[in-house]
Design a protein around this ligand. Structure first.
Ligand code: FEO
Length: 170
């Protein structure tokens, strides 16, 4: 059994991860509409990873005998004004998710819930990677996407991203 406040936070995080998947799918759709299939691929893979994150929270709750509470997932409702826009919004979103994970970690630490802290350790380092990847995308865009040829090459690089299952297995 887990502390019920922690359970609430974990269920909320599950929803936030599903929303992340929804948000990145929306970005993939935007790039598909713009015929940038590499950027589309990058965000489609990202959406798959976010779904995996949600399932890890689900499994952790179940493994601890807690009920999983699914709530409504909000529509992304984002407007993208240019090709760089989703990249910037993705980094902002990852910073928001990092803060959310840190918040659960802090709550777990306060009540000495070492098991949840250990579970969240994977997400703490994953968020470091996610923020770096999002930041790298912005930097590459600024460096290389200034002309059609550069954009084409960057799109090809983004096309190479492949989905891999999370290294954390519960
Ligand atoms: Fe699940 Fe991108 O954090």
């Amino acid at each position: 059994m887990l502390n019920q406040e922690i359970v609430k936070l974990l269920n909320e995080q599950l929803n936030k991860e599903l929303y992340s998947a929804y948000l990145y799918l929306d970005m993939a759709n935007y790039y598909a509409d713009q015929n940038l299939s590499g950027f589309e691929n990058w965000f489609y893979v990202q959406a798959q990873e976010e779904r995996d994150h949600a399932m890890l929270f689900r499994q952790y709750l179940l493994n601890n005998g807690e009920s999983v509470v699914l709530t409504e997932v909000a529509a992304p409702n984002e407007k993208y004004n240019n090709f760089k826009d989703p990249l910037v919004k993705a980094l902002e979103h990852e910073k928001y998710v990092t803060a959310s994970i840190n918040n659960i970690y802090e709550a777990a630490m306060k009540i000495k819930d070492f098991r949840t802290m250990q579970f969240l350790d994977w997400f703490i380092s994953e968020q470091g990677e996610e923020e770096k990847n999002a930041d790298d995308n912005i930097k590459k865009y600024d460096l290389f996407a200034g002309d059609p040829k550069g954009l084409y090459m960057l799109d090809n690089e983004m096309k190479a991203r492949v989905y891999t299952a999370p290294s954390l297995v519960l």
